[in-house]
Design a protein around this ligand. Structure first.
Ligand code: PLP
Length: 447
């Protein structure tokens, strides 16, 4: 039996309608930007395998660090124990994160990093509730009756329409109500949604904030680029306006940099483009250079201190079996070593410049009637193909993936949104090839 046949018998693939599913492509090897299939074909991984891979596949430096760590300590319970990779990584992240962060909380992936952030922010207000409204006496009485009250004033989350923060229930709740969440709508908690800011709607957004300012615990946002929502970009200054209003009302600002972190947007973190810094930041995807699953939620001392008390009920009761897994932390450290080298930072700038040149060429040499909203930020380039509806279920996605793979490039449009987000080790020849294929796809759409 072939691998595909065995796969069909036992595997259920993510985000994929299984009926009449196209056969998955067996990948036998990865090296740098290239994926090798079992027939010896190669594909340039132009979307960094779902945005995680920064330094190419099977990176030797990361692999060696991983191997050494596996011989030393592969896993240990993280309550009551600690280890060098977890502490090193926390120290190094705190030194580069955009904001005044003081503590690192580890979890497993992007969804858990946002779940942790939401719980951290909501319980912050719960922990502080007696100071807030003087109700402490009544509540401690209820507590003795072991009827723990969960009442506190700030329980609402503010989020952007069209956002994506992950697939677990809390993360789904603060994400756009879309085909991703449709089956669960009456089980998701209520969220106040606002549009991403434009000059036209900023006043209206401000008035929504005014209206709800005393009930909002936290605001969660993907800074500057909404990833899974279709690589939608919005203005840093307007985001700054929103964040400064929220800060005036002590609303906790949670930057979900799961996708935008680690150089993707041309700076180390997208929050560097914005003056007002977040109180909590969520990281995953590029964190380990795409080698292992790991999530990080960092917070300020203001938030952390609300948990540091003699009252055991104010403990943050959250954790995962693999919290701060030493192998994952080690790959994150190795990835940081590579990322913070001058040549890698230069390479990120170079990719951004190439993108600029490419879209300049495109706009002067082609009529571009079949595409719209051509946009770039850092290493990200995106546009919509004008064909069918602007939505995730637009089937042009599959057609384009197949066309591109025949030409040796792997891309996976979000509906009719075509984008590239290459590993930083991509060579000049490879990037030119990616552009040629993109141009080819645009030209095919004109026919
Ligand atoms: C991918 C993503 C997530 C979810 O991360 P997973 O590791 O897939 O759970 C959360 N937020 C953003 C912005 C993402 O792009």
């Amino acid at each position: 039996m072939s691998l595909v046949e065995r796969d069909k018998k036992v595997i259920w693939h993510p985000f994929t309608q299984q009926k009449n599913m196209l056969s998955p492509v067996p990948i036998t090897k990865g090296k740098d930007t290239l994926l090798f299939d079992e027939n010896g074909n190669t594909y340039i991984d132009a979307i960094s395998s779902w945005w995680v891979n920064l330094h190419g596949h099977a990176n030797t430096y990361i692999a060696e660090k991983l191997y050494q760590q596996a011989l030393q300590l592969e896993q240990v319970i993280f309550a009551g124990f600690t280890h060098e990779p977890a502490v090193n990584l926390a120290e190094r992240l705190l030194a580069i994160l955009p904001g005044n962060f003081s503590k690192i909380f580890y979890s497993d992936n992007g969804s858990t990093s946002t779940e942790v952030a939401l719980k951290m922010a909501i319980q912050y207000w719960w922990n502080k509730r007696e100071v807030e409204n003087g109700k402490w006496k009544i509540e401690s009485k209820a507590r003795n009756n072991s009827q723990l009250t969960t009442h506190h004033s700030r329980t609402k989350i503010l989020a952007f329409n069209n956002s994506y923060h992950g697939d677990t229930f809390g993360a789904m709740s603060v994400s756009d109500r879309s085909v991703f969440t449709l089956a669960f709508h009456n089980l998701l908690f209520e969220v106040i949604f606002i549009d991403t800011p434009t000059k036209e709607n900023i006043q209206q957004i401000q008035s929504v904030i005014q209206q709800h300012k005393n009930e909002i615990a936290a605001f969660i946002y993907e800074p500057l680029v909404q990833g899974a929502g279709g690589i939608k970009m919005y203005d840093a200054d307007l985001l700054n306006t929103i964040l400064s209003t929220l800060k005036q009302h002590n609303i906790i600002c949670i930057a979900d940099e799961v996708m935008t972190g680690f150089g993707r947007t041309g700076k180390l973190f997208a929050s560097e483009y914005v003056d007002v810094k977040p109180d909590i930041i969520c990281l995953s995807k590029g964190l380990t250079g795409g080698t292992m699953a790991l999530g990080v939620t960092a917070c300020t001392s203001e938030i952390y201190n609300a948990y540091v008390t003699d009252d055991k009920l104010k403990t943050f009761f959250h954790g995962h079996s693999f919290t701060a897994n030493p192998l994952a932390c080690t790959t994150a450290l190795a990835s940081l070593d590579l990322l913070l080298k001058d040549d890698c930072l230069q390479k990120i700038k170079w990719i951004a410049e190439q993108h600029k040149k490419f879209i300049h060429q495109l706009t002067i040499n082609h009529s571009l009637l079949t595409i719209k909203n051509l946009r770039i930020l850092g290493t990200i380039l995106a546009f919509e193909i004008v064909s069918g509806k602007d939505e995730y279920l637009n089937s042009i996605s599959t057609t384009i993936t197949q066309q591109a793979m025949q030409m040796g490039i792997y891309i996976r449009p979000l509906g009719n949104t075509v984008y590239i987000m290459p590993p930083y080790c991509i060579t000049e020849d490879e990037l030119d090839k990616v552009y040629r294929v993109i141009l080819n796809i645009i030209q095919q759409s004109e026919q």
